[in-house]
Design a protein around this ligand. Structure first.
Ligand code: SF4
Length: 321
């Protein structure tokens, strides 16, 4: 009962007309209490599916196996009532796309207040006061609570979603692509909002993002996902400043502040992913065994973990953390 979230051998497949989509492939990862862990990778790498698995918010066609431990519970086998009680109160979600995630016909103040009242059984007055104290910290004022979502800018809507997420002081916040689709100015406001959440709350955060500037600003640790696999995991500065895995190097080098060098090829099908290392068709350094055998996660001398045969001389990771 250390407050960590421990994901063990998680598999998530979706049954579709075209076949079985293997979105998360035997992932084991421990999210440490009080830390911000970034989950980065291209669109379709399984990041959001992994985040939503923790809260059991996946579509009905998802087939999930493995374990997700939190406190003394396995979230994947918790009964529905306990799971509903835990969402928002212990582990909260800041969903993607504030334009559609907020209720368009309800004032935003009521959307924050109702979350507080439903979980904490406080009076309406106290709920409103708490909602105001949260949005004040995000540079919004009391009159903003009376607005409908369409009356607010993209940055303000994102701040309201973040306010709903932290309104019950959860131990964990899962933020799904909080800067997706926003312009540079609004992205800057969202960076500030999440920096404030990090300073103000002692909560842990799983930050799912393709925005490496946001990841660099906020994250203590980074996990890199590709085609349902974790390819690299370690301290944020190690992963982003000295990436080891060829895929992480490609992601970092494709940023405007680095070399703006696009990566070869595109993400593979999750119905028929490549055999062996799933990145081998795009890897300039691929060897013969890369297409035959799947590499394990190997520990580097700097303590990060890399799923690549170039690092298999160091130390094999125990996949059963
Ligand atoms: Fe490239 Fe082989 Fe390493 Fe995969 S295992 S990233 S193909 S070198």
């Amino acid at each position: 009962m250390n407050g960590n979230i421990k994901i063990k051998n998680l598999n998530v497949h979706f049954m579709t007309k075209l076949g079985n989509v293997k979105a998360v492939d035997n992932v084991s990862l421990e999210l440490e209490k009080g830390k911000v862990i970034g989950l980065i990778g291209e669109t379709g790498s399984g990041k959001s599916v992994l985040g939503l698995s923790i809260l059991r918010l996946l579509a009905d066609n998802a087939i999930v196996s493995g374990n997700i431990y939190y406190e003394d519970m396995d979230l994947l086998s918790l009964n529905k009532k306990d799971m509903i009680g835990l969402r928002g109160k212990s582990i909260a979600l800041v969903p993607q796309n504030p334009g559609t995630a907020l209720n368009p016909i309800m004032r935003v103040g009521r959307q924050i207040t109702e979350t507080i009242i439903s979980h904490e059984k406080v009076s309406k007055k106290e709920g409103v006061n708490r909602a105001f104290s949260i949005i004040k910290a995000f540079m919004m004022n009391r009159s903003n609570l009376k607005s409908y979502p369409f009356e607010l800018s993209g940055g303000m809507k994102q701040r309201i979603l973040a306010a709903i997420g932290i309104s019950c002081n959860p131990m964990w916040l899962i933020a799904d692509e909080p800067t997706k689709g926003l312009d540079a100015i609004v992205r800057g406001q969202v960076y500030d909002t999440f920096s404030k959440i990090k300073e103000r709350n002692n909560a842990g955060m799983l930050l799912i993002t393709h925005d490496l500037i946001l990841a660099r600003r906020l994250c203590d640790k980074i996990a890199v996902m590709y085609a349902g696999d974790i390819l690299e995991y370690g301290l944020s500065r190690e992963v982003l400043e000295k990436p080891k895995h060829p895929y992480t190097k490609g992601l970092v080098n494709s940023q405007p502040r680095k070399h703006l060098k696009p990566m070869l090829g595109s993400s593979p099908s999750l119905i028929n992913p490549p055999e062996g290392c799933k990145f081998h068709p795009r890897c300039e350094g691929a060897m013969k065994k890369c297409s035959l055998e799947k590499p394990l996660l190997y520990k580097t001398v700097m303590g990060s973990e890399v799923r690549c045969f170039l690092f298999d001389k160091v130390e094999k990771r125990n996949e059963d953390i």
